[in-house]
Ligand binder design. Structure first.
Ligand code: HEM
Length: 491
C-alpha cells in the first residue's frame, strides 16, 4: 500500500512539475520571447508539438504553406523558428554570412554515418575543406568529360523502355525507371561502375536501402533534438530500418576498400581512395554515402515531377516535344551543349523545380552569432530561420496562378511579368549551395529531351495524383504510371 501511495505521489509531482514547466514556458514564449511579434498559430508559438506531429506524418510542407497563406510572408512555425517566403531572405540567411552567423541547425541535420562528419554536417572549416576537394568533380569541365558515361545510361533507359512498352501496353512506372537511371549514373561517377539497375530492370538492394533511409533520417533528426527521448523514438522506428542504415554504410565501406585494393583509377573513389589522399577513409566513406543519396534521389524526383507535369499538361507537352523534334535531325545530335539552348525545355525544368522542389521544407539555419538581421528583423542567437521552398512557390504573394504549371512564366510572357522568380532557389544560394547543380541540370535535361524525342506521351492524363505525396525532408514518392508510345504511333 505504501508503495502504491509513493508511486501516486511521485506520479502527481511529476505531472504537476511538467504542467508548471509547460505553463511557464508557454507564458514566456507568448509574452517575452523575441519572436512574440511574429504571426502564426498560437499553439505553434507555445509548443513544438504541432511541428513534430506534421514532421512525423509527412505533412509539414502542407501545414507551413497553410500558415503562410493565413499569416503572410513571415510565420512563426515553432516557438524559436521562423519561416520566410520572400526572395531577399535567401541572401540574408544562406548568403555569405553562412558559417559565421548561421549554421545548418545541428538539431535537424542528422549525421548519416556514426561519428563521422560529411560535407553537410561538418563545421565551417571542415565544410570548406570538403568543398575544395569535391568541387572539381562537379565542375563543367569534369561533366563534359563524363558526358559519354552519363549518356550511356540514358541511352540504356531509352532502350529498356522500348522493350518494356511492348510487354505492358506502353505503361511504365517512371519513378522506378528514373530512380534506376540516376542511381546507375551516380554509381558510374562515384564508384566508376554502374549499379546495373537499368540492365537488370530491378532495384539494386542498396538503392532500396537508400530510399528507406530518407524516412529514417526524419526520425534520426528528432532524436538529435530530443536525445533524452532517444529510446522511445528508437522503439517507434519502423522495423528493420536501422539494420538497413547499417547495410548502407557496409556497402560503401566495401566499395571503397575494393577500389583501394584494385587501384581502379576512375570515378571519385578512384581519385580519392588510397594512401595518397587528402581525406581519411572515414571522411571519404561519409561523404560518398551522402552523395550517393543526394546525387540520385533529388534528380530522379525532378525527372518524375517534370514527367508528371508534362503528362497532365497537353499544351506544354506538345510545345516541349515540338521544340526538341525541330532542333535536331537525329537522336545522336542531342548533347548537353545543345539541350541547354532549348528555351522551352529549360523553362519546363525550372517550372518543375518551382512547383515540386526536391527539398520542399525549410532547410534550417541556427544563429550562432549574437544575432543577425533577416529582412530587416533582428534574429537573436540560438533561434532558427529558413526559407520554405514549397510555400514560397505556391504563394499568391509571389506568383500569378501559383499552383498551375506554366513554363511560360520563365519566358518573359507579359501575364507573368510580376512573378517573383528570384524566390525559386531549388539548389539554395551561397557557399553551402548544391555542389551537384550542373550535374542535376545535365541529367534532367538530357533525360527529358530523349524521352520527348523517342516517345509520344498519352496526352492530358488527368487521373495522376502525384502532387499529393508525403515529405520526410525529401519527397516520399509513390509510383507514376505513364503511358507512352514509340514516336509516330497514334493513340
Ligand atoms: C535536382 C537535383 C538537386 C537538387 C534540387 C539539390 C538540392 C540541394 C540543396 C537544396 C542543397 C542544400 C542542402 C542544405 O543546405 O541542407 C544541396 C546540397 C548538396 N547537394 Fe544537391 N541537389 C540536387 C542534386 C544533386 C546532385 C546530382 C548531387 C551530386 C552528388 C548533389 C550533391 C549535393 C551535395 C554534396 C550537397 C552539400 C553541399 C555543401 O554543403 O556544400 N546534389 N543540394
Amino acid at each position: 500500500m505504501s508503495f502504491l501511495n509513493g508511486f501516486i505521489q511521485f506520479g502527481s509531482s511529476f505531472i504537476i512539475s511538467f504542467a508548471t514547466l509547460f505553463v511557464f514556458s508557454a507564458a514566456y514564449n507568448t509574452l517575452l520571447h523575441p519572436f512574440r511579434k511574429f504571426p502564426g498559430p498560437r499553439i505553434s508559438a507555445i509548443s513544438r508539438f504541432p511541428w513534430i506531429r506534421d514532421w512525423l506524418s509527412g505533412n509539414l510542407h502542407r501545414s507551413v504553406q497553410q500558415m503562410h497563406d493565413t499569416y503572410g510572408p513571415i510565420v512563426r512555425v515553432a516557438p524559436d523558428e521562423l519561416s520566410f517566403i520572400e526572395a531577399e531572405a535567401w541572401n540574408d540567411i544562406y548568403g555569405i554570412k553562412s558559417g559565421k552567423s548561421f549554421i545548418r541547425d545541428p538539431k535537424w541535420y542528422a549525421n548519416l554515418t556514426e561519428n563521422q562528419d560529411d560535407i553537410i554536417v561538418a563545421n565551417e572549416a571542415g565544410h570548406a575543406r570538403f568543398r575544395k576537394i569535391f568541387s572539381p568533380f562537379f565542375s563543367d569541365k569534369s561533366l563534359r568529360q563524363n558526358e559519354t558515361v552519363i549518356m550511356k545510361n540514358i541511352n540504356l533507359l531509352m532502350k529498356k523502355l522500348q522493350v518494356q512498352m511492348k510487354d505492358s501496353d506502353g505503361i511504365a512506372d517512371m519513378v522506378k525507371w528514373y530512380n534506376w537511371t540516376t542511381f546507375d549514373i551516380i554509381g558510374d561517377l562515384i564508384y566508376g561502375e554502374s549499379f546495373d539497375c537499368l540492365k537488370n530492370a530491378e532495384y539494386h538492394p542498396w538503392l532500396a536501402v537508400v530510399l528507406q533511409n530518407i524516412r529514417l533520417s526524419s526520425y534520426v533528426a528528432l532524436m538529435e533534438r530530443y536525445s533524452f527521448l532517444k529510446k522511445i523514438i528508437m522503439s517507434l522506428l519502423p522495423k528493420g530500418l536501422l539494420e538497413k542504415r547499417n547495410m548502407h554504410l557496409a556497402v560503401i565501406r566495401e566499395k571503397c576498400a575494393s577500389h583501394v585494393q584494385s587501384k581502379v583509377d576512375h570515378g571519385i573513389v578512384g581519385s580519392l581512395a588510397g594512401t595518397d589522399t587528402p581525406l581519411t577513409t572515414g571522411e571519404l566513406e561519409a561523404n560518398l554515402a551522402l552523395m550517393t543519396m543526394a546525387g540520385s534521389e533529388t534528380s530522379a524526383t525532378t525527372m518524375s515531377a517534370a514527367t508528371f507535369y508534362l503528362a497532365t499538361n497537353k499544351i506544354a507537352a506538345s510545345k516541349a516535344s515540338a521544340e526538341i523534334r525541330s532542333a535536331f535531325s537525329s537522336e545522336s545530335e542531342i548533347s548537353w551543349a545543345e539541350v541547354q539552348k532549348l528555351r522551352y525545355l529549360m523553362a519546363v525544368i525550372k517550372e518543375t523545380l518551382r512547383l515540386y522542389p526536391p527539398t520542399p521544407v525549410g532547410l534550417p539555419r541556427r544563429v550562432i552569432s549574437e544575432g543577425e538581421m533577416v529582412m530587416g528583423h533582428f534574429i537573436p542567437k540560438d533561434t532558427v530561420v529558413y526559407v520554405t521552398q514549397y510555400s514560397a512557390s505556391r504563394s499568391k504573394l509571389n506568383f500569378r496562378e501559383p499552383n498551375e504549371f506554366k513554363p511560360e512564366r520563365w519566358l518573359a510572357y507579359p501575364e507573368f511579368k510580376d512573378d517573383n522568380r528570384d524566390v525559386v532557389q531549388p539548389f539554395i544560394t551561397g557557399p553551402y549551395s548544391c555542389i551537384g547543380k550542373s550535374l542535376a541540370y545535365m541529367e534532367v535535361s538530357l533525360v527529358l529531351a530523349k524521352m520527348l524525342w523517342n516517345f509520344d506521351w498519352q496526352p492530358g492524363m488527368k487521373n495522376l495524383a502525384f502532387e499529393n505525396q508525403k515529405v520526410y525532408a525529401l519527397w516520399q514518392k509513390s509510383s507514376l504510371a505513364i503511358q507512352f508510345k514509340p514516336r509516330g504511333s497514334f493513340w
